[in-house]
Each structure stands twice: as structure tokens, then as C-alpha cells.
Design a protein around this ligand. Structure first.
Ligand SMILES: [Zn+2]
Length: 90
């Protein structure tokens, strides 16, 4: 687990346009970690020292949701439950 300060440093270096390999040596973190942070930078945000997901457009219901989409998850869960019940009664 990376320290929050290290994550912040990697983030700012990414924003300055350094390559992931350069950042790994500057911030002394693994290239895998830099890659992960770079990926998170596109979808996540930091708030009060915590990683907060940004709302995304759900590919299924096309609503702006915080991943994972609870509405779709619930719908799937109900559909599955119904299927199981139908199978059980027949
Ligand atoms: Zn959805």
C-alpha cells in the first residue's frame, strides 16, 4: 500500500507529463503502482485523503452513477432471484 503523499507525488508528476518509467524512479515506487495511479487518475478523485470514485455513465442503464451501478446490480439480483424461484416451482 502506497503512502498518500507518494500517490500525490506520482499524480502531480503524471500531470506534468513525465513518463511512467521516469516517475517510478523519481518517486521511488514500482512501475506497476505508477500504472495503477495513472489509471485511477482517469476515473477517481481524491477527497480528504481518500480515493473517491467519480460518477460514470453506466453502460447498461445510461445513468450517471458511482461504480458499481447499484441500480443495475439490484435489477440483476432480482432477475436472478426470479429465475431461481421459477426454476424451483416448476
Ligand atoms: Zn446501471
Amino acid at each position: 500500500m502506497l503512502a498518500f503523499s507518494a500517490v500525490k507525488e506520482v499524480e502531480s508528476l503524471l500531470k506534468q507529463g513525465f513518463s511512467q518509467r521516469e516517475i517510478a524512479s523519481i518517486a521511488e515506487v514500482s512501475r506497476g503502482s505508477v500504472g495503477r495511479i495513472a489509471k485511477n487518475l482517469k476515473t477517481c478523485n481524491f477527497k480528504n485523503g481518500k480515493v473517491v470514485s467519480l460518477p460514470i455513465k453506466c453502460p447498461t442503464c445510461r445513468c450517471l452513477v458511482y461504480p458499481p451501478c447499484i441500480a443495475c446490480h439490484t435489477r440483476k439480483y432480482i432477475a436472478n432471484k426470479r429465475k431461481i424461484e421459477e426454476n424451483g416451482s416448476s
